[in-house]
Design a protein around this ligand. Structure first.
Ligand code: GLN
Length: 507
């Protein structure tokens, strides 16, 4: 192994080398910087990187801390003091965060080095990262396809070997779905497990930040550092945090898994379906029991989610008015023109669509018919899960009904994009936890292979169970070890290096 191989490592592997003093935090960053310069022009995973600051942090990094000296990429929705925080939006193009989000502060306390901000759909609205108003991100397995979204930059960076671990946010699937489409691990913690302080709000009753990683163990390591009570977020639960690595490695005897009947319906890609069926059979061979369960209100989840998420977004995004920070329209004649033009110029089409929809569902006369009714559906969905979890320890399903789709294919059809969130959004509505792990590949025409992700859903605050089950599966399969063919393409990396020289990474 040479220094240039370092970025392919996962966090646990990197820690071994750091603690044995075989490599220094500075060397790790140098290798990462080189890899990013070589590869990122093809991928577009990062929106901004501050290596100068990262090298300063590396000087004093204590490698004996839980994440000592480990560089971590942060979704551009999460505040890192002094760094840009654009949320993929023009309206925050020149904004720099004034303080660290609690999750970032906790990661720093664990010794990690936040060094760069990753690409995303504008304000996390989307499932493909095509709604990034800075530039789209690409899927490392096939650069003509999307990496998923909205945390697509974080997922793509890991898959392309230009990050060791990353943070994302998940309001309706934005950690799990890009993890699935890019072939990495993504964990959405239960609502209230992780502080939202300093995480730009999309839909406050659904948002959670969580890790995207190359392995399940790494997800547990990051969650150890991130989870826990924060007096600055009143929805953050005051519950003790277990060591999430403690139960990894146990076998699955006696574990009961449920296959939600309503999730395995028409419309799922044939190869995705086959991969989930194979995983269910495989779980049985590992000693788990797999039973059918029912989540009868599944059909209403997408509609309820888009009412609630858009309603909350319309309220949260009212603060972007060009007065205190962010983009400001020039030469407005009066205050209302100032607000209107600032928002007209600053927000992209998907964000505008959600604000308009959300304002409508909250408006007087329609509130009861839409927002209120959606909240009632939400309660029914929560009960569906509560009933299912009386019988099983976790649920298994595809994370996404299809593998990564071509860039541009769905941009004109938002409804089609929304419907593909069907397996992930219910977990946010119910406040439970979920993880996506690689479980196979779809063979496409022309020889391309695209990763398939399996979702495991667990009870609220029972991240330990889904981590344990996901880990047992991962360790007895090899899907997570596969890498996209990018790295071997010497011609492409030479071209990338040349264009990297032309295009600086800093925004
Ligand atoms: N794709 C969903 C949406 O567009 C979920 C996004 C998210 O989790 N941030 O709202």
């Amino acid at each position: 192994m040479t220094l240039s191989d370092l970025p392919a490592l996962n966090v646990a592997e990197l820690q071994v080398l750091l603690r044995r003093r075989e490599v220094s935090p500075r060397e790790v960053l140098e290798a990462l910087q080189k890899r990013i310069e070589e590869i990122d022009p093809q991928i577009g995973a990062y929106l901004s990187i501050d290596f100068e600051d990262a090298f300063r942090q590396a000087e004093t990094a204590d490698v004996n801390l839980p994440l000592g000296g480990v560089p971590i990429a942060i979704k551009d929705m999460i505040s890192v003091a002094g760094q840009p925080c654009t949320c993929g939006s023009k309206i925050l193009r020149n904004y720099r965060a004034l303080y660290d989000a609690t999750v970032v502060r906790k990661l720093r306390a664990a010794g990690a080095i936040p060094f760069g901000k990753t690409n995303m759909d504008e304000f996390a609205m989307g499932s493909s990262t095509e709604n990034s108003n800075v530039r789209p991100a690409r899927n490392p397995w096939d650069v003509t396809r999307v990496p998923g979204g909205s945390s697509g930059g974080s997922a793509a960076a890991l898959a392309a070997g230009e990050a060791f671990a990353a943070l994302g946010t998940d309001t309706g699937g934005s950690i799990r779905q890009p993890a699935a489409l890019s072939g990495v691990v993504g964990l959405k913690p239960s609502y209230g497990r992780v502080s939202r302080f300093g995480v730009v709000a999309f839909a406050s009753s659904l948002d959670q930040a969580g890790p995207l990683t190359k392995t399940v163990r790494d997800a547990a390591l990051l969650l150890n550092a991130m989870a826990g009570h924060d007096p600055r977020d009143s929805t953050c639960l005051n519950e003790s945090v277990p060591d999430y690595t403690r139960r990894l490695g146990r076998d699955l005897k006696g574990v009961r898994l449920g296959l939600p009947r309503e999730y395995l319906v028409d419309g799922i890609d044939r190869q995705v379906r086959a991969a989930i069926d194979a995983a269910a059979a495989y779980f049985q061979s590992l000693g788990a029991e797999v039973v059918d369960v029912s989540l009868p209100h599944t059909d209403y989840a997408v509609a309820a989610y888009y009412m609630i998420a858009s309603g909350e977004a319309s309220a949260n995004l009212a603060r972007f008015d060009g007065v205190r920070y962010g983009h400001r329209a020039e030469k407005a004649q009066n205050l209302f023109e100032h607000y209107g033009r600032t928002r007209e110029e600053g927000f992209g089409p998907e964000v505008k669509r959600r604000i308009i929809l959300g304002t409508y569902v909250l408006s007087s006369g329609y509130y009861e018919a839409y927002y209120d009714r959606a909240q009632k559906v939400r309660e029914l969905i929560r009960r569906d899960f509560a009933q299912a979890f009386e019988k099983v320890d976790a649920l298994i399903s595809p994370t996404s009904p299809e593998p990564a789709f071509p860039v541009g294919e769905r941009s004109a059809d938002p409804l089609r994009m929304y419907l593909a969130d069907v397996f992930t959004i219910a977990a946010n509505l119910a406040g439970i936890c979920g993880i996506s792990v690689p479980c196979g590949f779809a063979q496409m025409e022309g020889g391309t292979r695209l990763p398939i992700g399996m979702q495991l859903l667990g009870k609220a605050l029972d991240e330990e169970s889904i981590l344990r089950i996901a880990h047992a599966y991962e360790q007895s399969t090899t899907w997570h070890k596969e890498r996209p063919p990018l790295a071997e393409n010497a011609h492409a990396s030479a071209a990338a290096a040349a264009s990297a020289a032309r295009r600086p990474i800093q925004l």
